[in-house]
Design a protein around this ligand. Structure first.
Ligand code: GDP
Length: 193
């Protein structure tokens, strides 16, 4: 990815605004604060293309990024933000469902979970939802640098078992701090371009 050829296409609030690029779309989903913006920035090779969120749960838009004319990242607003109102949560649900269920260009979803903790109920629900629609999932387990190396396999196993992970989906531990396994993530993405 050429960092100088990464740009935001649109922050869409409705499907009429989704861009027509002819490129495959890879959506990104995860709890607020999981490290989604940091991951997008790492892939983009840019410090600030996706804003690392100071206000979790605020952006109720789908943000489309042209990634060097190779594919489009679709940043889905983070879920599981407790302070969100019921109305905001319902709006979020409608927008996401509509996109995930209907979007022809959607090739795969990158679901991010925090490798330090057992996946939450929301994480499990989201994964099951994606599997219901038979959407391929690339599971990125973030904040790998915060786990001692000796405990890595144990933490991956907890994620795998809590999520009831399907064979055929990929799981990659990742750190935005040292970009560990960025090339593995890119390789997984390239399978869907
Ligand atoms: P988002 O809300 O999912 O977009 O999360 P952000 O990318 O804004 O990250 C939330 C917080 O976690 C920020 O303080 C990041 O610096 C931090 N963070 C994200 N990824 C990592 C990582 O791989 N390792 C560590 N140590 N911190 C991370």
């Amino acid at each position: 990815i050429n960092p100088n050829n990464v740009e935001i296409l649109i922050s869409a609030v409705s499907s009429a605004q989704y861009p027509k690029t002819g490129l495959a779309e890879i959506a990104l989903s995860g709890r607020s604060n999981v490290g989604k913006s940091s991951f997008i920035n790492a892939v983009a090779g840019r410090k600030n293309i996706a804003r690392t969120s100071s206000k979790p749960g605020k952006t109720q838009t789908l943000n489309f990024y042209n990634m060097d004319d190779q594919f489009v990242f679709v940043d889905v607003p983070g879920y599981g933000y407790a302070k969100q109102s019921k109305k905001a949560r319902e709006e979020w649900g409608r927008m996401i469902e509509n996109y995930l269920a209907e979007r022809e260009e959607l090739a795969a979803v990158i679901q991010l979970v925090d490798l330090r903790h057992k996946p939450t109920e929301d994480d499990v629900l989201m994964y099951n939802y994606l599997k219901h629609f038979e959407i391929p999932v690339i599971m990125i387990c973030t904040k790998m640098d915060k786990i001692p190396k000796s405990k890595l396999q144990k933490h991956l196993k907890v994620v795998r078992e809590t999520i009831d992970f399907e064979e055929g989906d990929v799981m990659i531990p990742f750190s935005a701090v040292d970009k560990k396994n960025l090339s593995k993530a890119m390789e997984a993405i390239s399978q869907h371009m």
